[in-house]
Design a protein around this ligand. Sequence first.
Ligand code: PLP
Length: 370
Amino acid sequence: MKLPIPEYIASIVPYPPGKPLDELERQYGISNAIKLASNENPWGPSPKATSAIAAVLADLHRYPDGSSYNLTQALAKHLACPPEMLVLGNGSNEVIEFLVKACMQPGDEAICSHPSFLMYQKFVQIRGGKNIVVPLAQMRHDFETILARVNERTRLIFLDNPNNPTGSFFAKDALLQLCRALPPTLVLVLDEAYVDFVDPAQSFNSVELIQQQTDGPLVVSLRTFSKAYGLAGLRLGFGIMPAPLAAMLHRVRQPFNINTLAQVGALAALEDSAHYQRTINGTRAGMAFLHEELHKLGCVCHPSQANFFLIDVGGDANRLYEAMLYKGVIVRSMHAYGYANCIRITVGTEEENARFVTALGECLNELHYG
Ligand SMILES: *Cc1c(COP(=O)(O)O)cnc(C)c1O
């Protein structure tokens, strides 16, 4: 069959769908499996969010508010910026898509790091753009090489900070220095999906920075309700950017891209600061516990400012992933990302962390890693 599909679409590698938990349990003959593979919030959503969602279920015959007015106003207040600087998306993934759609034409270039979040490259490919992929240097974004790859076709630079999957973080000074060296004709996208977990002594206010940045590149911050707010299944993220750029992104979005449940759920989650703070505290405590236990097991744990660790297990990560599955613990092998001996694990509840550490110790022994 001859499909009317351009080569830049046909050559896209489809996203490998993860196996649902119950499917894995059947396949491996296990029960009560725990998933520490997707950087989700192990404590779940705010109960206030779930009740707010339940309360609007009977209104689902109506279209959502196309401007997400209430949520946008609340976010603007929370972030201390004008609502005109915000663009909401069906997950922050959708805002990445808007940026690529609005800024790039076929043949234009976007720069990102590897390993890093894979969706940047995917959207650029869909648009017929060219991905310039710069390897991390010592697990960190390599600003020097990124700068060297900028040319007159560069439209976007994607930097996840903290980086997924290493958890590495760059400070404000490094960012300002990069901005000074970049031409004003491109957009620097800071994907701050994990910003909530960053050590307050190191974190910086990117919203302020975006507002102060009057010359040099346009800076965009991406945020999400999928991680600290525990609403990955609801799909809500947003971008913070100069208002003129936001106005362009609104032109490429569907009028009802944010569904009714996401609008009320995210608003309630934003207002439940106690639940949010419990997540942050639980994440810090869990990360400290894991760091110490992994060290005892002889694993190299890369410094992380996020809710996950990249861990060198001293042997093939795919085999360890399989062995962990039989113990009912789902981790992420980083073999396919070029880290043959590394897994990425997300912090879990206290009980999940303890189960993970026990299972890992057993697997390392069984596989004679170390
Ligand atoms: C998890 C994650 C996101 C979140 O994407 P959503 O579409 O908001 O769920 C974005 N960027 C990175 C780097 C992530 O790891």
